[in-house]
Every structure is written in C-alpha cells, then in structure tokens.
Design a protein around this ligand. Structure first.
Ligand SMILES: [Zn+2]
Length: 430
C-alpha cells in the first residue's frame, strides 16, 4: 500500500478485540494447530525481515530468504521475476482449482526512529507499511498448506512481489511473464490495517478512492491569476461530502472511527470527492501553462466524466481560446477492485469459521492510499483484504506509513489461520 509523501504521527481508535468463538470446520482447526506450531518461528522470520528491510527494487536479501524457505517446504520456486519477485508453486495431492496468494516485500525510506526493540539495521529504511508481516504471513500459509499437501485438491501459487511502494512490482512481474508461469483461477492478498489485531475487513468493488491527477494545458495567458482562480472554482465545485482543510491525516485518522469510519454503515467515506491540491505552472520558456489538480473520487463514473465537464466549462468561458488539452496524468496509484461474487463467497467462507466479531465488512472507500494489487485483478478475479494489526493496550498502532507504525505479531497467527483456510476451501471448491 503506498502513499505519496505523507508521514506524520497520528491518533486513532480501534475496536476492541472480541473473544474467540467456536469454529465449525474441522479443517480450520487443523490449520489453527499447525499455525500454532510454527508461530514462534514465524515471529523470528518477521523480526529478521524487520531488522533487514530493503527498499523497492532492492529486495535481494528478502527474496533470498523467501526462496530458501519455500524450497525447504518442497515447493517449486522461481526467482528474479520482474526484478526480485519470487513465485512458489504448491501442487496438491489431487487435481483441483488454482489459487494465487500475493505478498509484497519492500520497505520504505524514513529517518524516523524505530519503535520496536528489533530495530532496522539498514539506516534510513524501515518496514512502516507492514510488508515484513505480509511476507511472513505468506510464508506461514505456504508452510501450513504444504503440510496438508496430500489432502489439497489443486495448486496454490505464492507470489512474493517486490516494489509495491513504487507501484511497479506487480506490473514488472506480469510483464516478465508471471501469468505464463502461473495460471490462477483466483488471486487473493492482504494489507495490514489500523484495526485491532486479527480483525479482517473487506469490501466488494473499489476498496480505495480513485486517486487522480488532472492536467489541463493552456497557451500562456496574460492573466494567470484570473485563470487559476477560474480553474480553482471549477474544481471546488466537484468537492462532495469531505473537505481537506489541513493535513490528509486529519481525514485518514477518521477511517477507524466507530461512528463515521469505514466499518460503520453511516460512514462518511461512502461517497466523496476530496480536492488535494491544485495550481498553475508555467514552463520556463513560457510556451505552455499547466493547471494541475489532484483529487480523490469514490465513483469511477464521475472520474471518467470530470475531464469532459471541466472542458465544457472552459469552452464556455473567456479562456476558451487559450485552452489546449485536458487529461489525467499517468497514475502512480490505484485501488484494488474486489470481484463482487468472490467477495461474497470469501466473506461467507471466512464468517463460517472465524469469530464473527473479528470479521467486519467495510462500507466506504479508503482515502489517500494506493495498491498495485489491482494489476493482478485486471488479469484474474480476486479479493484484497485488510488485516488489523493494532493493540491499543500494548500501545501498538498499525496505521501504514506513520512514524510509530508497529504491528501486534499475534495478527500473523490470525492471518495464516484464516487465509490458509480460505485458500484451501477455494482450491477444493468444485
Ligand atoms: Zn503497503
């Protein structure tokens, strides 16, 4: 999950973790036990990855750790896919469906000091987006499922992706022939989120708001201030339901609020347009004037219409003769689009064995973040989840990209247990 240039401390509130409930599938119990057995080792792996973080496109050591672990489990392993990407293939004992699980591996540059005892050994680099935990959960799932290989009907593909933070890793792996190597029917993945440890969130269709940068080109205009004011007033006209007044974090911090946050049906994040920034730039030789505006919009239909609506207003104004073009910049962001049907099925499957209080659907779209998981979903239907990692009593807050980001490691257990079960169920599903 990536975020453009925003790092600031924050306060957040999360729900209180519910008690464990009875599970109703035998298979889940088996996976729970197997996960318990490897939990201590998984924590060690996570801490090792945390102490040796690597930024996007430099995940050499991490991918080596991953490849060796998968080989030891007996998986077929492919390395150096789209850079440092690794793929592990687990063939079940019987024929069945093919399910892919994706985990990202890269860390982030930050000079903020680490908040855990197992601090990063790479100066200026830290896992403040939880990809060390994602990688560990991916390895844990591979481990428990490989232990039930004989019963497993189908094939499981584990995609360990580099360079998510630069929004390039998924694209690079696909361009390097990922889908020639693997042929999944479905793809799944998760990101650590700010809810309490073990809480799983999901939503059908767009999980995040669409982040867009609009570029309008004009001939150099004599009255640039007037043009800028005119364009600003058009853009402000699109603002709907949420207004960014100060830092984006003033808004982001509300996503976990029990009344207006994403898990409440009355959430303010259901339908909005947030104007992030806008302004005029004239190139140095004064041949073109650009008006740039970046915004978040929940509705894709509106995203598609906005350039046309703006163009119409410009052409009806005194600036019509200086107008050259309008369009979106190449995006450095995107939202996972969760398959409607698979989200329903996955939700029912998880709810059938997981504690109901720990499975919370989302009713709104996350603002300000992007996730390149969408590139897999453009090829194969799939679902992207959030897995909570906070623990208020322990002072652990897992809001990605914040200086005090930390993860309650118990969530590794929840992640492996739930998603290994989901993958098993989906593979064995006829
Ligand atoms: Zn991330």
């Amino acid at each position: 999950m990536n975020l453009k240039g925003i790092t600031i401390a924050l306060l957040l509130t999360t729900g209180i973790l519910g008690a464990q409930s009875n599970k109703n599938t035998n298979h889940y119990q088996e996976i729970v036990e197997k996960t318990d057995n490897i939990y201590d080792d998984l924590v060690k792996i996570r801490r090792d990855l945390h102490m040796n973080p690597e930024i996007s496109k430099q995940e050499k050591r991490t991918s080596k750790v991953v490849a060796e672990y998968l080989k030891e489990l007996g998986l077929e392993v492919k390395t150096n896919i789209g850079g440092n990407g690794v793929v592990g293939i687990l063939e079940g004992g019987k024929k069945g469906r093919k399910i892919a699980w994706r985990a990202d591996m890269d860390a982030i540059q930050t000079d903020e000091p680490d908040v855990v005892s197992f601090t990063s050994k790479n100066k200026g680099v830290r896992h403040i987006c939880g990809h060390d935990v994602h990688t560990t959960i991916g390895l844990g799932i591979a481990n428990v499922l490989s232990q039930q290989k004989e019963d497993l009907e189908g094939t499981i593909y584990f995609i360990f992706q580099p360079a998510e933070e630069t929004f390039t890793g998924a694209k690079d792996m696909i361009a390097d022939g990922l889908f020639d190597i693997i042929k999944p029917d479905e793809v799944y993945g998760l990101h650590i989120g700010p809810e309490a440890s073990g809480i799983i969130n999901v939503k059908a269709n767009a999980l995040f708001a669409h982040t867009k940068t609009l570029k309008v080109e004009f001939k150099p205009n004599t009255d640039e201030k007037e043009l800028e004011n005119f364009m600003n007033s058009i853009l402000k006209g699109f603002v709907r339901n949420i207004e960014q007044k100060g830092s984006p974090w003033d808004i982001i911090n509300k996503i976990s609020d029990s009344k207006i946050g994403l898990t409440n049906q009355e959430t303010i994040f259901k339908d909005y347009f947030i104007l992030q920034g806008a302004g005029l730039i004239t190139d140095s030789d004064k041949t073109v004037t650009f008006y740039n505006a970046s915004f978040l919009e929940t509705d894709i239909q509106r995203v598609n219409n906005i350039p046309f609506e703006i163009k119409k207003q410009i052409l009806n104004s005194k600036f019509k003769d200086s107008f050259i073009s309008i369009g979106y910049s190449k995006d450095y962001s995107g939202t996972p689009i969760n398959d409607d049907e698979l989200t329903k099925i996955a939700s029912q499957t998880i709810a059938s064995f997981y504690n109901k209080e720990m499975f919370k659907p989302l009713y709104g779209q996350v603002p300000y973040f992007g996730e390149d998981f969408i590139f897999y979903q453009q090829k194969v239907p799939g679902v992207f989840f959030f897995l909570g990692g906070s623990n208020i009593e322990k002072g652990i807050m897992s809001m990605p990209h914040t200086p005090n980001f930390a993860v309650d490691e118990t969530t590794i257990k929840y992640g492996v247990q739930s998603f290994a079960t989901l993958i098993y169920e989906r593979a064995n599903n006829k």
